[in-house]
Design a protein around this ligand. Structure first.
Ligand code: UT7
Length: 339
């Protein structure tokens, strides 16, 4: 971005709850099989939070780890953005609850609602504040406790989703590194394909809304699948072309973890070998806004990212929404940016 500061990810962190819900556990709950789930989605197990845990608790754990790796204290944060469709409550925002838990007293705080694309919308927003010099450090968290809005009697959805959180601290990096291009999009006409119908101002909570299961997540899986394949490829193409990077220069693709078959379509399209794609949905299922930051954090921990690598993050989901970014990887803060 010409005339603006270069912005990158200084540190990441992730947290997933201890409790594992396997496909074999689900076989005892609904009419499904491990074979069906693995062959249609690639998922083998997912993590489920405890009854006491809410999204801000998961976010807190991931945020602490990200701050530690970025070597930034909570007091240094200028802003906190939490992307979630499962906030602790409608308001105050989960970001405000997290701000208090962290003691990030200087930070502005807000939630952002873009479903599975939330983390990408969040880092794109955060980047603007740092690039123009208004803020130095912004914490972006993708967190979901989807188990709280999943109907464990509905085999169409309950095998897919899990709980978790991933966080990133964004700041100025050396010139030319960090985020090279962004692509965000939305098609509100597809909103009803993936939604939680009740609990807002359209259908407030009532005995009737609960009896009709309207507080649970609902999804037209097949329609969303076709949309996902289309936008994952087009958004990836868009960030490559905006950054002037060729397909064979991609070092790592970190896609939203909804379905292995969706990821495979992008892998084929871009001719990527296995080691260039991060996949962890077998262990976590679809954690919506947390999927990408958890996958990125695990890739970094596994030593799969090195300075100068072209890393693509790409996602899609409810809204409908989609987004992607291309980073020239660098976690070293820009010289003088600490002054
Ligand atoms: O993160 C947000 C974005 N979300 C996504 O990207 C999800 C996109 N969609 C998907 O991943 C897939 O559409 C699903 C995994 C949800 C479904 O896979 P599919 O291959 O599209 O299956 P289908 O919906 O066409 O269903 C095929 C059959 C149906 O039976 P009938 O009607 O043909 O008799 C379903 O009832 O599979 C049945 N089915 C199941 N069978 C066993 C659906 N869920 C299950 C299940 N176990 N858990």
């Amino acid at each position: 971005m010409k005339g603006l500061r270069s912005v990158g990810i200084l540190g990441t962190g992730s947290y997933t709850p201890e409790r594992v819900l396997s496909n074999f556990d689900l076989e005892k709950m609904v009419d499904t099989t491990d074979e069906w789930i693995v062959s249609r989605t690639g998922i083998r197990e997912r993590r489920i939070c405890s009854e006491e845990q809410a999204s801000s608790d998961l976010a807190f754990e991931a945020a602490k780890r990200a701050l530690k790796k970025a070597n930034i204290s909570a007091e240094q944060l200028d802003m906190i953005i939490v992307a979630t469709v499962t906030p602790d409550m409608s308001f105050p925002s989960t970001a405000c609850l997290l701000q208090d838990k962290l003691g990030a007293t200087k930070a502005a705080a807000m939630d952002l609602s873009a479903a599975c694309t939330g983390f990408l919308y969040g880092i794109t927003t955060a980047t603007q504040f740092i690039a123009n010099g208004m803020y130095k450090y912004v914490l972006v968290v993708g967190v979901e406790t989807l188990s709280k809005i999943t109907n464990y009697k509905d085999r169409n959805t309950c095998v897919l989703f899990g709980d978790g959180s991933g966080a990133a601290v964004l700041g100025q990096v050396k010139d030319g590194y960090g985020f090279q291009s962004f692509e965000l999009g939305a098609d509100g006409s597809g909103g009803s394909l993936l939604c939680q119908p009740a609990g807002g101002s359209r259908i407030p909570a009532s005995v009737e809304s609960i009896e009709n299961n309207l507080h649970y997540l609902s999804m037209a899986g097949g329609e969303v699948f076709k949309f996902a394949v289309r936008v994952m490829n087009s958004a990836t193409e868009a960030v490559l072309s905006k950054a002037g990077v060729a397909r064979d220069e991609i070092d790592l693709l970190v896609p939203h973890q909804a379905n292995k078959r969706i990821i495979d379509s992008a892998v084929q399209r871009f001719g990527l070998s296995e080691e260039k794609v991060v996949i962890n949905l077998d262990r976590y299922g679809n954690m919506s806004s947390a999927s990408i930051p958890v996958a990125l954090d695990e890739a970094i921990e596994a030593g799969r990212v090195k300075e100068g690598d072209n890393v693509i993050l790409v996602g899609f989901g409810g809204g409908l929404t989609w987004g992607a970014t291309l980073l020239k990887w660098c976690t070293t803060p820009a010289e003088g940016s600490d002054e």
